[in-house]
Design a protein around this ligand. Structure first.
Ligand code: ZN
Length: 274
């Protein structure tokens, strides 16, 4: 019995000392490594901003600081969309794999955006963005107006080169761009569309694949239903995978789907690789 008590006492004493040591270690202000999402942002936009403020923010040379985490709990999905922090922006990983079913409710990787960040990178006004635009030749002989910032135009040009290797039947899907730069708010919101920054392009896909959640919702009580049929189209899959290989995300992977929409978001593809 005595040896049991002694063993117990020694054990309790050691536990206490370990707890004390852990507490002391916890109180020393060891800098915490930056979250992966912040690394991905800094890597994808390296010429413009860097990690700073004890690994908690992005900083620009002009003194602008954007904190990664605003530490605000968003009470609804709409509030999250309207007031997203950088952390919120990176919270949903963009799936590089081809989906085999509909995304979950409000699974919209890339659709939750911190507008201040995009204004800072691409321009605070229509004129500021316009000054950075260039014409990227497209497959049908027209051009797509796209930003030069962060090499987005070059990424789109590489997409075009890869598309030229596809069979004509697949090329037809993306032959006709239906919109690129356009400084405007997203329908029904006060949020700027990514078309405002010259980093998004829409295509006139074949009618069965050309789907937007708000169009499908009109006149129904229950809202839009993700069009899973689009996922069995191999040509569409090839096109999406080419865009993704150059740092673009596709709006067809969102619960709030926008199947014609491709957007240059290299930070989400970097994060997926990690
Ligand atoms: Zn679009």
């Amino acid at each position: 019995m005595r040896s049991f008590l002694t063993t117990t006492a020694v054990f309790l004493l050691m536990s206490f000392m370990l707890c004390l040591a852990a507490d002391v270690a916890g109180n020393t202000a060891e800098p915490q490594p930056a979250p992966l999402g912040l690394y991905a942002l800094a890597a994808a936009y390296a010429p413009y901003c860097r990690i700073c403020e004890e690994e908690k923010a992005l900083c620009w040379d002009d003194g602008t600081v954007l904190y990664y985490d605003d530490e605000i709990e968003k009470e609804s999905f709409e509030v999250l969309l309207d007031q997203a922090s950088l952390k919120d922006q990176m919270a949903q990983p963009y799936p590089r794999h081809w989906r085999d079913g509909a995304p979950g409710v409000n699974e919209d990787p890339g659709r939750i955006r911190n507008e201040s960040f995009f204004r800072k990178i691409y321009g605070e006004s229509a004129d500021a963005v316009r000054a950075q635009l260039t014409d990227v030749p497209w497959l049908n002989g027209t051009v797509i107006s796209f930003t030069r910032v962060n090499g987005a135009d070059q990424a789109l040009a590489r997409v075009r080169e890869k598309m030229m290797q596809l069979p004509p039947a697949a090329q037809r899907y993306i032959m006709n761009p239906s919109g690129s730069f356009n400084w405007r708010e997203i329908a029904g919101t006060r949020r700027l569309s990514m078309h405002s920054f010259g980093i998004a392009v829409d295509f006139q896909l074949p009618p069965r694949l050309y789907r937007y959640w708000l169009w499908d919702q009109k006149g129904t009580q229950e809202g839009s239903v993700y069009p899973e049929g689009i996922l069995s189209d191999d040509r569409l899959r090839c096109i999406v995978e080419i865009f993704e290989s150059e740092g673009f995300i596709w709006g067809g992977k969102w619960h709030h789907y926008d199947t014609m929409h491709f957007e240059y978001r290299p930070e989400l593809l970097i994060q997926e690789k990690r």
